[in-house]
Design a protein around this ligand. Structure first.
Ligand code: EPU
Length: 417
């Protein structure tokens, strides 16, 4: 139970449609809380993180329906100012409800979202930025109350780029009095999606997609219908799979413009990439080249969420590859698992891994410890000779609607058990 079985070792052929983006859907769902009206969110992925966010919104009084891929959120009547429960502790993105609650009711009591296996993941940048907007924070053991009598626009310069902190301040700023200027704002496509959603709902935001956002607060927001963009990380997962296993696949609806850094690396490894309006066509050779050095970076650099999937693909590349993780301090948990499959990887400290390509991986039982690492183990399973069993499937289900369905579309023998 809670496992994925893969009989790997064959090249991938076929096409698969890319689901809606988890990291765009979650803050957009939080943003719907700001709107005293009904919003429709199309292409909303059916994944457990979205389901948990739905439960949190419902616990605050929203009426939420998720039918097929459309979610309807009716936030006309909010009943609570406490965001609590296991879903908060277990899901980092529950923190975006802080900005949304402050924007909507001026107060929120929340459990701390907690650290996770990829790193400490503090929320100091979120809290310090909100303090500048007039928010007082009262900390208790394991939880805190944030309160703003008058939420006010401010000039906020982030010390480092943070996706979640940028989202939280945007959510508070659209409801604040006056203008908020965000400097060193995160530029990830998921921030763009959040800003576009809010702008269509009536918010005034300038500089979308850049490092400086200017938000005029206080405009009345109204219900809209918004379509979540395709998930660049899910598309990248299947891209890395075909690089690893070889073959010819088509990624239907992949968000090409958001994937430039991944596509450059795919070409360096030796894949032939053709893009069209419909998606990305990838022809990958069985014999692939190592990449001398790749480091993870904020957008538009190579994403940290793709670091583990790339590592799996490189385990059988010809030569030596070096991967450096610059965003999270503890994101190499799959190294030991890949070594069990025969990979040759030397970890240097917590930030660097040196991968010497081997002839092939061998299937065995491995354990997922977090979402993207789990997906990377499925990639390794598709590449490996024999059977691989990936334990802890629930981590993967946080972000992938049906990873087995998608791999079966690409001809992989894979099932859950
Ligand atoms: N950081 C702090 N203090 C803060 C906030 C962040 O020190 O108050 C540090 C973090 O510890 C990290 C760095 O700043 O070292 C960047 O973290 P960021 O805040 O940008 O990450 P996040 O908002 O927690 C989102 C995604 C992650 C993705 C990162 C980086 C969501 C729900 N999560 O996390 O996605 O890796 O941005 O792009 O959007 C995933 O989908 O598997 C995932 C982990």
């Amino acid at each position: 139970m809670d496992a994925i079985h893969i009989r790997g070792g064959n090249a991938l052929f076929g096409e698969t449609k890319i689901q809606g983006s988890k990291n765009a859907a979650l803050p957009v769902m939080a943003a719907a809380l700001l709107i005293e009206d009904v919003c429709m969110i199309e292409n909303c992925p059916r994944i457990s993180d979205v389901h948990h966010m739905q439960e949190l919104l419902e616990s605050i009084g929203c009426k939420v329906r998720h039918t097929n891929s459309t979610m309807t959120i009716d936030a006309r009547n909010i009943s609570q100012d406490t965001v609590a429960g296991e879903n908060v502790k277990g899901m980092r993105s529950s923190i975006t409800l802080l900005g949304a609650m402050l924007g909507r009711v001026g107060e929120a009591t929340m459990d701390y979202p907690g650290g996770c296996v990829i790193g400490e993941r503090p929320i100091d940048i979120h809290l310090n930025a909100l303090r500048r907007m007039g928010v007082a924070i009262y900390e208790k053991e394991g939880s805190f109350t944030a309160r703003a009598k008058n939420l006010e626009g401010a000039v906020i310069s982030f010390p480092t780029s943070s996706v979640g902190a940028t989202e939280n301040v945007i959510l508070a700023a659209v409801m604040a009095k006056g203008v908020t200027v965000l400097q060193n704002a995160a530029k990830e496509p998921e921030i763009v999606a959040l800003c576009e959603f809010l702008r269509e709902a009536g918010a005034v935001i300038e500089g979308i997609g850049g490092p400086v956002l200017i938000i005029q607060g206080g405009h009345k927001l109204h219900g809209i219908c918004y379509r979540i963009p395709a998930d660049r990380i899910v598309a990248g997962t299947y891209l890395m799979s075909v690089l690893g296993a070889g073959g010819h696949i088509f990624l239907e609806g992949a968000p090409i413009a958001q994937m430039r850094s991944m596509l450059r690396i795919a070409e360096d490894i030796g894949a032939e990439i053709t893009i069209s309006r419909e998606g990305i066509n990838v022809i990958a050779q069985e014999h692939k080249r190592a990449v001398p050095y790749v480091k993870t970076e904020v957008y538009p650099g190579f994403p940290t969420d793709m670091q583990s999937p790339l590592m799996s693909a490189l385990t059988t590349a010809h030569g030596v590859s070096v991967l450096e993780e610059t965003i999270f301090e503890d994101r190499f948990h799959i190294v030991e698992q890949l070594k069990k499959m025969g990979a040759h990887i030397e970890q240097k400290g917590r930030r660097q891994a040196v991968i010497r390509g081997v002839e092939s991986l061998l299937g065995c039982e491995v354990t997922a410890q977090e979402l993207r690492g789990g997906a990377a183990l499925v990639i390794a399973g598709a590449m490996a000779l024999g059977e691989t069993i990936v334990r802890n499937r629930h981590f993967i289900e946080r972000g992938y609607e049906d990873i087995c369905r998608d791999y079966r579309n690409l001809g992989v023998n894979i099932y859950t058990a």
